[in-house]
Design a protein. Structure first.
Length: 317
C-alpha cells in the first residue's frame, strides 16, 4: 500500500495541493479556493486519498480554517514552521518558488521528515491567541503614534494625543477580555495562579505562555527551551569553537519572556542571585540574561508539570 504525504500551500485566496507517494499512482496537483466551498471539496478529496500525513505552513492565520476542517475530518495534520520548509527546499536545490512548487516541497518535506501530527488548537485557544495577537498590534500602534508625537508639528498633536488615548482604552478592554477568558476556563485559571505565584511573572507573560506555549508543563527542560527559542546551539567546525547561539523557536514567546526576565532579575531572589553570579564570573549581560530566561522557563515548566506553586527555597537547586 502506498504512503501518501500531502502538502497544501495556503494563501489568502487559494489552496494548492500536491502529493508525495511511494508508488506510481501520484495524483496531479490541484488548486482550490480558500473559502468554505473550496475547503469542503479539498477535504473530501483528501479523505479519499487516505494520507499518512498532511503538511501545511503557518501563514499568519490563513491556514486555520482548512487545518480545522481536516482535523475535524479525522485526518493527520501538521502545521510547520515556514523557515524549516524553505531550508529543506534549499537543501534539495529547489530555489524556485511558487504556490504549486511550494505544495510539492511541503509534501516531500512531510515524507522525508515526517513531523508529528499536532492537534489543532481548540476554539477557546484560538480565541485566546487572537486576543493576544490583537493586544500586540495595539501596543505596536501606541508605540508608533507616541514616536510620531515627539517629532510631529504642533498642529497635529491633538489628533495624535486623542488617538493614543483611544488606543490605550482599547488596550485596557483587551486586557480585560484576556483576563475574563482565562478566568472562565478552570484549567487556565489554575495554570495562571501557578505562573503568577513566581515573582516577575505578570499577566502579559502568563497569558502569552498559556496561549502561545501550551506545551509548557508537558515537555522536558531541553525541548521546552528549544521550543521557546532559548536553547543554545553549537557553532563549531573542526578546531573552530564559536559562540553558542539561540535561534528559532517562537519569537512572540521569547520577546515577552525577555521582558519578564528583566523584571525577575530585579525582584525574584532566585533569578537575581543567578544573574549576579553569572556577571561575577565574567558573563556578558546579554548572555547572562538569556541564561536567566532559560532558567525561568525551566522553573515554570517544572511548576506546571508538578502543579506546584513557587517555592524559592526549592528553586535554587
Amino acid at each position: 500500500m502506498s504512503q501518501r504525504f500531502i502538502g497544501i500551500d495556503v494563501s489568502k485566496d487559494s489552496l494548492d495541493l500536491d502529493v508525495a507517494v511511494e508508488a506510481t499512482d501520484k495524483p496531479q496537483p490541484q488548486r482550490f479556493d480558500n473559502d468554505a466551498s473550496g475547503i469542503a471539496r479539498l477535504t473530501h478529496l483528501v479523505q479519499g486519498l487516505a494520507p499518512r500525513l498532511i503538511v501545511l505552513e503557518a501563514t499568519g492565520g490563513y491556514e486555520v480554517a482548512v487545518a480545522s476542517a481536516l482535523s475535524v475530518a479525522g485526518l493527520p495534520v501538521a502545521v510547520v514552521n515556514p523557515r524549516q520548509v524553505r531550508d529543506f527546499a534549499k537543501a534539495r536545490g529547489r530555489l524556485a518558488k511558487n504556490d504549486r512548487i511550494d505544495a510539492g516541497v511541503l509534501a516531500h518535506f512531510g515524507r522525508a521528515l515526517q513531523p508529528a501530527p499536532r492537534p489543532l488548537a481548540k476554539e477557546q485557544e484560538q480565541h485566546l491567541r487572537a486576543l493576544l495577537e490583537r493586544r500586540h498590534q495595539i501596543v505596536e500602534m501606541i508605540t508608533m503614534e507616541t514616536n510620531r508625537l515627539s517629532s510631529a508639528p504642533v498642529c497635529v498633536h491633538a489628533s495624535l494625543t486623542e488617538h493614543i488615548g483611544w488606543l490605550k482604552s482599547r488596550l485596557q478592554d483587551t486586557d480585560r477580555d484576556l483576563h475574563q477568558r482565562i478566568q472562565e476556563t478552570p484549567i487556565w485559571r489554575e495554570k495562571e495562579e501557578l505562573l503568577r505565584s513566581v515573582p516577575g511573572v505578570g499577566p502579559v507573560l502568563s497569558c502569552t505562555l498559556l496561549a502561545a506555549l501550551p506545551e509548557l508543563g508537558q515537555l522536558n527542560r531541553q525541548r521546552i527551551a528549544a521550543l521557546a527559542g532559548v536553547a543554545p546551539f553549537d557553532c563549531d567546525s573542526g578546531k573552530y569553537k564559536g559562540k553558542r547561539l539561540i535561534w528559532g523557536g517562537r519569537a512572540g514567546v521569547r520577546s515577552v519572556l525577555y521582558m519578564g526576565t528583566l523584571v525577575a532579575t530585579r525582584h525574584n531572589p532566585v533569578l537575581r542571585a543567578y544573574y549576579q553570579h553569572l556577571l561575577s564570573v565574567g558573563k556578558a549581560k546579554k548572555v547572562a540574561l538569556v541564561a536567566c530566561m532559560r532558567k525561568l522557563l525551566v522553573i515554570l515548566n517544572a511548576m506546571l508539570k508538578n502543579k506546584a506553586k513557587w517555592q524559592p527555597v526549592t528553586q535554587t537547586s
